[in-house]
Design a protein around this ligand. Structure first.
Ligand SMILES: Cc1cc2nc3c(=O)[nH]c(=O)nc-3n(C[C@H](O)[C@H](O)[C@H](O)COP(=O)(O)OP(=O)(O)OC[C@H]3O[C@@H](n4cnc5c(N)ncnc54)[C@H](O)[C@@H]3O)c2cc1C
Length: 354
């Protein structure tokens, strides 16, 4: 079984900065996210939008913020487990098992929930019976491009994912047809232009309309019926249907995890961001305390204090002293700035916690 000092549930901006703060404390971390990449709301809801209220960064896109957080935590070699949805936490402080829907479990001494707006799941194309074809002929994400090699693809959606995958799969698939209900797209202008040029060069086809029905033989999709802007219904033969309608947060049943809630948010104390369950902490948008504001910078502060609290939980005879990253040789060593220095962790005297 996988084991680390701490499991962080959620790879949004606050979960990522939590890895940094735990790394400074010398703790090993496994990060689990239901999605296929880190960044949480930033990457999934507004990647290209600028953020103006990250301290000392006058303007940064949400995607770049995620990229910089990933770069900042590189020295700590955290383990990332994507496409894993956590459904519960068994055990007690010092000996937890974090359980995923896939059956995977990770052992750890403390848990930080940075679940934000919840585990995102794809918005489905609502046509009766289509769910039975998921994973065979109908897909809501591309995990392996090779599955679509030499297939006739219909891709639905008008955002970055639909357009990016249409372009990326041109050379792999036998054909790519993009269907969107409007000729206005929610994608990056560069991507829209690339798609339009690709259509002009007959590398792919764009059709304005919406899918109203399908024909399948057992688990194999044969065709979809598409109602165009002119109200005419046409049939498109296909092998695979790829749907990119964006993501929606899926609420996690934290009550069943034994956690005290306030309006679906996890109640925490503000000196440590500990929940009512010993050894389990919550930071970022998911937590609640009087005065809580759901801002990235709030989560960054919470992550720092939670890391100190966990360090003291794991080493109760030693006070987790504050050390500046500018001047502390120990911090430099953990950040990989002076890897040749001898191990410094024990040069700091043990003190009784206050
Ligand atoms: C359009 C928009 C603009 C915004 N602009 C700003 C801004 O300018 N400044 C600002 O400070 N804030 C802004 N915010 C808010 C900001 O994005 C959030 O405060 C921030 O994303 C919270 O980060 P987080 O890490 O707590 O959670 P999230 O970003 O929500 O990430 C949580 C992650 O946890 C995962 N997860 C949840 N439950 C589970 C589970 N059970 N198992 C596995 N994984 C799970 C999710 O998949 C997700 O990836 C904006 C939000 C939106 C929607």
């Amino acid at each position: 079984m996988l084991r680390s000092d701490v499991v962080v549930i959620g790879a949004g901006p606050c979960g990522l900065f939590q890895v940094f703060e735990l790394g400074l404390q010398g703790l090993s971390v496994t990060v689990i996210d239901a999605l296929g990449e880190s960044g949480g709301q930033c990457i999934n809801l507004y990647p290209d939008k600028p953020i103006y209220d990250i301290p000392a960064i006058p303007e940064i896109s949400a995607a770049d913020l995620t990229g910089q957080l990933m770069q900042q935590i590189e020295p700590f070699n955290a383990e990332f487990l994507f496409h894993q949805r956590v459904i519960g936490i068994q055990g007690e402080a010092g000996d937890f098992k974090v359980i995923c829907a896939s059956g995977l479990s990770i052992a750890c001494s403390a848990v930080i929930i940075a679940g934000g707006a919840g585990a995102f799941r794809p918005v489905k194309l609502k046509i009766e019976g289509l769910e039975q074809l998921e994973g065979r002929s109908v897909f809501y994400k591309v995990q392996d491009k090779e599955i679509h090699r030499d297939k006739h693809l219909v891709i639905v959606g008008g955002g970055d994912s639909a357009l990016d995958w249409s372009l990326a799969l041109r050379g792999v698939a036998a054909s790519v047809t993009l269907i969107h209900r409007s000729d206005r797209f929610r994608a990056h202008p560069v991507t829209i232009k690339a798609m339009q040029e690709s259509c002009a060069q007959q590398e792919m086809l764009f059709f304005q309309g919406r899918i109203i029905d399908y024909v399948a033989e057992q688990t194999t999709l044969k065709s979809v019926r598409v109602k165009g802007r002119d109200q005419v219904v046409r049939t498109a033969q296909l092998d695979h249907l790829l749907v990119f309608f964006g993501l929606t947060p899926d609420s996690t049943g934290y009550e069943s995890w034994g956690l005290e809630l306030y309006q679906k948010q996890i109640k925490v104390r503000t000196d440590s961001f500990a929940t009512n369950r010993k050894g389990i902490y919550a930071v970022g948008d998911i937590n609640y305390y009087p005065g809580k504001r759901k801002l990235i910078l709030s989560g960054f502060h919470e992550a720092a204090l939670a890391a100190f609290a966990i360090k003291e939980q794991l080493e109760p005879t030693r006070k987790a002293t504050l050390q500046y990253t500018t001047t502390s040789p120990l911090m430099h060593q953990r950040l990989g700035k002076h890897p040749d220095l001898p191990d410094m962790a024990n040069q700091y005297p043990a003190t009784q916690p206050q």
